[in-house]
Structures are given as C-alpha cells and as structure tokens.
Design a protein around this ligand. Structure first.
Ligand code: CMP
Length: 144
C-alpha cells in the first residue's frame, strides 16, 4: 500500500522560514522521506510543472512565482500519502483551507500558498521524474 506523493515548498515557504515547520508535519505524521533538495527553478521547469494550467489568466504569474526563489523539492512515501498529504496541506485557496492544515495555518492568498502536493499517484510519478531526474534515494544497506 505504498503510495507516492511529491511535495515541495514553494518559494514563499523558503523565504518565510517555514521549511522546517512543513517538513516536520510530514515527519511527525510518520511518512518516509525519499528525496529532498533545495533547488532553483528554471522557467522551463515551472512551465512544464504547471502545463495543465497553460492558457489560464494566472499562468504567467504562477510560473514567475515558482521561479522567484529557491524551492525545497521533497518526495514523501507512505500509506495513502497522496490523500493524507493533501489533507495536511489544505485547500488551494487559503481562506477555504481548514485551521490545522499548512495553508490554513500559514497562508493568506492562493498566489502564495506555500506548498504543492501531487493530486494522484500517477501525477506524483510524473512530477518525481520532472523534479528528480537523477532519481531518488535507493539506500538498502551500507554495502550497496
Ligand atoms: P497548486 O494546487 O499547487 O497548483 C496549481 C496552482 O495554481 C495552485 O497551487 C495555486 O498556486 C495556483 N492557482 C490556482 N488558482 C489560482 C488563481 N486563481 N490565481 C493565482 N494562482 C492560482
């Protein structure tokens, strides 16, 4: 029942000093950290990641936002992590996200909503390939 979820702190998560808080929530829940890195997002990666929103009025601003500073890309694994992770992250619009969720507790606007989480295992796989082309931790033993 291992499920994959890719998540990343958007630039505002890094700029506002909320990385540890966000990671901590996933850790305390018990999910397994499979990949994590601080990275600069090039425009092409931002456009690919948000390809499904291309043509929408907020697309150019969304791409600019995701490129506006380093992000922390993470891969979390665990039972039903996609569904559970999305609950922990909260609704896209911070005014609709429940208190106790990451966006409900720390975000005010949809354009600065701190964190992205994949919406399905299939999209997580695609996003992992996009954000971690080098692959994930394959640790098995000290002798591998
Ligand atoms: P996320 O769910 O991670 O992925 C799509 C993103 O598009 C969403 O977070 C928001 O950051 C952004 N988004 C969605 N709707 C709007 C909107 N109306 N204005 C600006 N950004 C938006």
């Amino acid at each position: 029942l291992l499920d994959l979820e890719k998540a990343y702190d958007k630039p505002d998560g890094v700029q506002r000093g909320l990385i540890a808080e966000i990671i901590s929530r996933f850790e305390k829940k018990g999910f397994y950290l499979r990949g994590m890195k601080l990275m600069d997002v090039k425009k092409a990666l931002g456009e690919q990641h948000y390809a499904e929103h291309e043509g929408k009025p907020f697309f150019p601003g969304l791409v600019k936002y995701i490129c506006s500073g380093p992000v922390v890309a993470m891969v979390w694994e665990g039972p039903n992590v996609v569904a559970s992770g999305r609950q922990m992250i909260g609704a896209t619009k911070p005014h609709e996200s429940a208190a106790g969720t990451i966006r409900g507790d720390y975000a005010l606007t949809v354009g600065r909503n701190l964190i992205h989480g994949s919406d399905a295992v299939e999209s997580a796989k695609k996003e992992i390939a996009l954000w971690f082309p080098e692959g994930l931790s394959q640790w098995k033993s000290c002798q591998h």
